[in-house]
Write a protein that binds this ligand. Structure first.
Ligand code: SF4
Length: 247
């Protein structure tokens, strides 16, 4: 389809421009365990990467084994993850997920995903309460290193402004992007779009005057945003810390 061809070409331009601006993101050699990645992603909801990382480290320090988390009262779990916010709600959710994993697979383990095709695995994860398609896709990309492109609010916003997709929700963007991301580029595009969305193409008052994608962008407000630029005291190296790279 012509639309797909032009969208694919635009995605290629975006990947190149962002890698030039922010560098080529590299995944660590070790693959984080899928259960750890799943819990870390849940902890990252409604907070920033630094606080969710602190919550994750604190949880692992208090409970080195997931079976210990499963056996612990929710209050103790909540107190370990307090810094990440919404601790009472998240502690109950984590306990419930671990309980279902143990019941479903006989242990708190998600190795079963390794042999599953991506669609089946995404469904399997989304059947867990509190796990949406973004979280499921993060487990597949960051832990299982499969070709999946997770879409969060930054990724959704930027791709819509650039005119790659015209969608109302991140879930719809996720579906539309399947087939548009060239093999081997999901990690780079996902990571750099988040950094770019935090640093330049911010939700409010994007810094269009510092944007390398200005000419291909279809956002109606870009003309007005051209007067805003990234202050020289700030660098594209900021916003590099991402929780899921540090599980
Ligand atoms: S021109 Fe502005 S709105 Fe468009 S992608 Fe760049 S920063 Fe975002």
């Amino acid at each position: 389809m012509a639309y797909d061809d032009s969208a694919r070409a635009k995605v290629g331009v975006i990947i190149g421009a962002l890698e030039e601006l922010l560098g080529v993101p590299k995944q660590k050699r070790e693959h984080p365990d899928p259960v750890e990645l799943l819990i870390a992603t849940l902890l990252s909801q409604h907070t920033n990467d630094r606080n969710s990382h602190r919550a994750f480290v604190s949880l692992k320090k208090e409970f080195p084994d997931w079976n210990d988390v499963l056996a612990a009262p929710a209050k103790r779990i909540a107190s370990a993850i307090r810094i990440g916010g919404m601790a009472d709600q998240k502690s109950l959710r984590i306990k419930e997920i671990l309980r279902v994993l143990k019941k479903r697979y006989g242990s708190v383990d998600l190795s079963v995903l390794r042999d599953m095709d991506v669609d089946r695995g995404l469904e399997e994860l989304q059947s867990l309460k509190g796990v949406g398609v973004k979280t499921a896709a993060c487990v597949f990309l960051f832990s299982l290193r499969r070709e999946v492109f997770p879409v969060d609010t930054h990724v959704h916003r930027v791709l819509n402004r650039l005119g790659v997709v015209t969608t109302k929700t991140p879930e719809k963007t996720f579906r539309e992007m399947r087939g548009l991301v060239p093999p081997g580029t999901s990690y780079s595009l996902h990571t750099n779009l988040i950094r770019f969305g935090r640093l330049i193409c911010r939700a409010q008052k994007p810094l269009c005057g510092s944007c390398p994608l200005y000419t291909v962008c279809e956002f109606p407000g870009k003309e007005e945003g051209r007067s805003r630029t990234l202050p020289s005291s700030r660098t594209p190296g900021e916003h590099r810390f991402m929780l899921l790279d540090n599980v």
